[in-house]
Design a protein around this ligand. Structure first.
Ligand code: C2E
Ligand code: CA
Ligand code: CA
Length: 718
């Protein structure tokens, strides 16, 4: 009887159309033992809840369900015991609602145990009626429990493998599995996607076929040594795709060993890192190179310099750092626009590149500043030669479309032999920069070697620059007025307004701080301050009845507006303070006449038309050409005091002054002689028919409080 049932179950199983084993066994058992319901349930870890895996009832598979084990017959089974109830199950377990709901009387349950004897699932048969043969059912259940458990385990392993295979297949990482002879036995989809080979094309081959030829023999030897010793290797490697394209990949190789520790397989995982490599190199490029010119940036320059400093100590050679600044780049940028400014920087970098060796370094370290590191100098005289050659290349004009312009360089140089311990890359570059400022101060288009003295000059300059900004904002500047006397009328006709700065007790010379203001864009607020003060003082003089006094105000070429729309600002201030344009004379130096300053002519004409007068200051020191003087509307020419002071001693100066006076008169300009200190000079100038005299002979510049007294007590002859 039992044998027949076993046979029918096995028959059923072998012909079963159900998808999985547990469904089939439940169906076949239910049929064989004529149970109303047969189910298999797995137990949760604490064995509190059972969840069915397969439920068979009346020849069908039903929906799965979960239930609490407490107070049910299954509770005993879950503890590892066989539990049977031929009848009256509901009475025995009154709290088991499920039994009542399903109207169950007979119950057979057996535990499904793992190899180590734990119960993690149960097999249960339920009957609506009393069970005819409990023993038979139980023995059949016990007979099949082992098989069910084994099948369930097999299924679990199969499921896991399926998942693993799926993971391998969908992995973005390429996976290659080789046997112990390094022959490929499996690859995944990512492998084909990356390398372009199908599995068929590489099956049985050695992964050597992917070698790019870019690595040395030693590279592969080291790699295999590590795999053999540690069982794994990972690193960056260049491999070749089917298309022949060589690409970087991140490769990890692991070995799989059997129980005897013999390698059975090699598994390689890799992914294409060309994108991240490209991003990495872009980041490196951006962090170390100047985007505009493509040469190194300040960061890389300092890093290279630091390495070179270490080297020269051991090699007993020297190095030189050149700090270069394009002269008047800011002005060029303002006049011609940023696009041209950019082109000029690129072209300058190209010109500089021609002067360095491969072992040297060139960088753009800020706006219009470049630096060059000359390495391995055995003879420092070479530096001078190189620098002179660089200056020479910059004497050629730069030509961009229809613009041709000359842009010179100022170069500061530090040479170091690595002897001084205190020298570091930053201080060396700074020293070269100080020397560069010195070169600029001594007339641009030149070079200067760093010295301690230069350093203190540069340091003072930077200090004054920061203090001057505050001084202007906090009204720490003042203005003094120096009389200008008419020889013909023998009376004071003008005052020149001269700015003063008392920097916490120290009087800083205007020659020094005006130049700083010009260089660091502080000149406009400074100039506006002086003009306003001059207007205020002149207004006071007018109120006292001095109606024919004019005040001369110095304006730097850097204060001239770049475009016409701002031109009327100077006039506006004069009118705002209740004066007429002809009450003020503007003093400008010769650089304001340079032909590349396109707006100057327009501005001068505008000021002249409004009634202002213009004086050309420091005449003779610059590069005035007569043609400019003719073209630009100026009223006065002021002869620089350097010519006046030497007049009585130096014949040639005498002739020069006399020529300037004659020439000026011929052009219809009045002449002012500056720096007249002696009676003798006054006499000479009177003889030469100079028009005005300014200088200590008459008076030093006066504070505003003394002007009225000075005018009231003025006598021409002392
Ligand atoms: P500058 O325009 O040539 O001014 C004349 C300078 O000569 C003044 O020097 C004045 O004090 C000095 N001086 C006048 N008479 C004599 C003399 O008989 N002997 C000697 N040895 N010197 C005499 P200061 O005030 O030191 O100004 C120097 C320069 O600073 C000025 O030269 C001018 O270029 C600049 N500066 C002064 N104030 C201003 C200003 O408000 N704006 C601008 N842009 N520059 C100014
Ligand atoms: Ca002046
Ligand atoms: Ca002057």
């Amino acid at each position: 009887m039992v044998e027949e049932k076993v046979k029918s179950i096995i028959d059923y199983l072998s012909h079963s159309v159900a998808d999985n084993f547990t469904d089939s066994i439940c169906l076949s058992l239910a049929k064989a033992i004529q149970a109303d319901i047969v189910f298999i349930a797995s137990l949760d870890e604490g064995a509190n809840i059972a969840s069915t895996i397969s439920v068979a009832s009346e020849g069908n598979i039903e929906n799965n369900f979960s239930y609490e084990l407490k107070h049910t017959p299954c509770e005993n089974v879950s503890l590892g015991d066989v539990c049977t109830h031929k009848t009256s199950c509901q009475q025995t377990y009154p709290k088991d609602q499920l039994l009542t709901d399903m109207n169950i009387e007979g119950y057979v349950g057996v535990p499904l145990k793992t190899d180590n004897g734990n119960t993690d699932a149960i097999l249960v048969a339920l009957y609506h009626e009393d069970i005819e043969n409990v023993k038979e059912t139980t023995s059949l259940f016990l007979l099949f429990s082992g098989m069910i458990k084994k099948e369930m385990e097999k299924q679990a392993i199969f499921n896991e493998l399926t998942i693993r295979n799926k993971i391998i297949e969908v992995s973005k990482e390429a996976i290659v599995i080789c046997d112990q002879n390094e022959k490929i036995i499996s690859v995944n989809k990512a492998f084909t996607d990356i390398l372009g080979y199908s599995f068929r094309e590489v099956e049985g081959k050695n992964p050597k076929i992917f070698a790019s030829g870019e690595h040395s023999k030693v590279f592969y030897q080291t790699m295999w040594k590590e795999i053999n010793e540690t069982g794994a290797w990972s690193g960056e490697i260049l491999n070749k795709k089917k298309s022949g394209e060589v690409f970087p990949e991140w490769l990890s190789i692991n070995t799989i060993c059997d129980a005897d520790n013999k390698v059975t397989n090699y598994v390689a995982y890799f992914f294409d890192i060309s994108q991240s490599k490209a991003a990495e190199s872009k980041i490196y490029q951006q962090a170390n190179y100047d985007l505009l010119t493509g040469i190194a940036n300040r960061f890389l320059f300092l890093e290279t310099l630091s390495k070179s400093l270490h080297l020269i100590k051991s090699r007993q050679t020297s190095l030189a750092v050149l700090h270069m600044d394009l002269d008047l780049f800011k002005e060029i940028n303002d006049i011609y626009g940023h696009d041209l400014g950019d082109k000029l920087l690129i072209e300058s970098a190209n010109r500089l590149k021609n002067h360095i060796k491969e072992t040297d370094c060139i960088a753009r370290i800020s706006g219009d500043s470049f630096a060059i590191l000359l390495n391995d100098l055995t003879d420092t005289d070479n530096v001078k030669l190189i620098v002179e050659r660089i200056l020479l290349t910059f004497s050629d004009p730069f030509v961009f479309d229809d613009v041709s312009l000359t842009c010179t360089l100022s170069i500061g140089i530090t040479v170091c032999s690595g002897e001084s311990e205190s020298e570091n890359e930053s201080s060396i570059l700074k020293n070269a920069e100080s020397a560069m400022y010195h070169a600029k101060d001594s007339g641009r288009n030149s070079y200067s070697f760093f010295s301690q003295e230069l350093q203190s000059i540069a340091q003072r300059k930077l200090l004054l620059k920061s203090q001057l900004g505050n001084a202007i904002e906090q009204n720490e500047l003042s203005v003094v007025y120096q009389p200008i006397v008419s020889i013909g009328e023998q009376k004071v006709r003008k005052f020149e307004a001269l700015v003063r700065w008392n920097n916490s007790g120290e009087w800083v010379s205007p020659d020094e701080f005006v130049a700083i203001a010009e260089e660091f864009s502080l000149i406009k607020p400074l100039g506006n301050f002086v003009l306003i003060q001059a207007c205020i003082e002149l207004k006071k003089l007018r109120a006292q009845g001095f109606n024919d006094i004019i005040i001369n105000v110095n304006r730097s070429v850097f204060e001239i507006p770049l475009n016409k729309t701002e031109n009327d600002q100077w006039l506006k201030t004069i009118v705002e303070y209740g004066l007429q344009p002809n009450d003020i004379c503007f003093e400008l130096t010769e650089s304001a006449l340079a032909p590349d300053k396109r707006n100057n002519e327009v501005l001068f004409n505008q000021l002249r038309n409004a009634g202002c007068t213009i004086a050309l200051d420091d005449f003779g020191t610059g590069y005035s050409s007569l043609s400019y003087i003719r073209r630009i509307p100026i009223d006065f020419i002021k002869i620089d005091r350097a010519f006046i002071s030497d007049m009585s001693k130096n014949k040639s100066d005498n002739i020069l002054v006399s020529t300037i006076i004659v020439m000026s008169k011929a052009l219809g300009k009045k002449v002012v002689a500056e720096g007249v200190e002696t009676q003798e000079q006054l006499q000479l100038l009177t003889d030469l028919q100079c028009d005005f005299i300014q200088g200590y002979f008459f008076s030093k510049p006066l504070p505003p409080t003394q002007l009225v007294d000075y005018l009231n007590n003025f006598t021409y002859c002392k």
